[in-house]
Design a protein around this ligand. Structure first.
Ligand code: PBG
Length: 315
């Protein structure tokens, strides 16, 4: 009876699995803070994505773990046609063609400063982010990923105007069928720690507060989402998830396009730890967090629990 009248449902097809790609062969490296998650070389990534597809997962979101010697303050390795993400995208689109491949667009994995944009040091030695110069590179990065077969590019950088820059770059290169999933309301959050440890991408100086949002702000999130919709985004995202359910709801009311939420690394880590201690039941607690996102308005959910949730939902 409860199922008959349930107001919201969670389906495997609504889940997006974030994955970390690393150099090497036959590499599946566990990562501190994210039990059950791995950095994968491209060959192992293919196996993982095949198994996700078998579970009914429709989309993956790729992040690159770039070695320290590849990082600089120009973004050049982000534009390398033989870089990690280009190779991963191509490999996936040839081996698991019906998996939607979303690729991360931002400079932090490639930045010697660990920032999402190019950095300029001012005469006091303080670093500033070069917004518009960064946008030009993000546009090129999106075109490169599109050429490799990415179905959607996912800018997580929070530069102003980057959705328009990316959309224009894609149009100019005739990639008219490549979608944009914009991290529109991305907060300067303390919940990204384990992710930064995986990619070794913690900011080298300062923080990300000049481009990521203040957790105190809600109206600004609505404004950001509307801007991204107008600039040509196909999906807008709210991130993190659990502390921002109100934002999810407000953004869902404000735009016409699909809204995604990202249950980020520390949300995963906290649930995992509590489950490990026996303080929550993992399956019940995770499924409750996911249906909460649906109730708050999420059309799709990026979560490190994607594979587990799919298994539970398929049971
Ligand atoms: C950076 C990026 C971050 C995450 C996704 N893309 C971290 C940051 O902004 O420093 C975090 C995801 C997570 O914590 O799971 N472009």
């Amino acid at each position: 009876m409860r199922d008959l009248v349930a107001e919201h449902r969670l389906a495997v097809s609504q889940l997006v699995a974030p994955l970390f790609v690393a150099e090497g062969e036959n590499l599946s490296e566990s990562v501190p803070g994210l039990p059950g998650l791995y950095r994968l070389s491209v060959d192992r990534l293919i196996d993982e994505v095949k198994s996700l597809r078998t579970l009914g997962i429709r989309a993956v979101l790729l992040f690159a773990k770039v070695s320290e010697d590849q990082k600089d303050n120009t973004g050049v390795s982000a534009l390398d046609p033989n870089g990690l993400l280009p190779r991963a995208i191509k490999a996936l689109k040839t081996t698991v063609p019906d998996m939607v491949v979303m690729s991360d667009i931002a400079l932090d994995p490639y930045s010697s400063y660990g920032h999402d944009g190019l950095v300029e040091l001012d005469n006091r030695g303080e670093g500033n982010i070069l917004n518009d110069e960064t946008n030009a590179i993000l546009g090129e990065m999106a075109v490169l990923h599109a050429r490799c077969g990415a179905d959607m590019v996912a800018p997580s950088d929070m530069m102003d105007g980057r959705v328009r820059a990316i959309r224009q770059a894609l149009e100019a290169a005739h990639y008219t069928r490549t979608g944009i999933m914009a991290y529109s309301a991305k907060y300067a959050s303390n919940y990204y720690g384990p992710f930064r440890a995986v990619l070794d991408s913690a900011p080298g100086f300062g923080d990300k507060k000049t481009y990521q949002m203040d957790p105190a702000n809600g109206r600004e999130a609505v404004a950001e989402a509307r801007l991204d919709e107008a600039e040509g985004a196909d999906i807008v995202m709210v991130k993190p998830g659990q502390p921002y359910l109100d934002i999810l709801w407000r953004v869902r009311e404000a735009v016409q396009i699909p809204v995604a939420v990202y249950q980020v690394s520390a949300e995963y880590a906290m649930l995992k730890l509590a489950a490990e201690k026996g303080w929550v039941d993992e399956k019940q607690a995770v499924l409750e967090s996911l249906i909460g996102f649906r109730r708050a308005g999420a059309d799709l959910i990026a979560t490190y629990f994607a594979a587990d949730a799919a298994r539970w939902l398929n049971q």
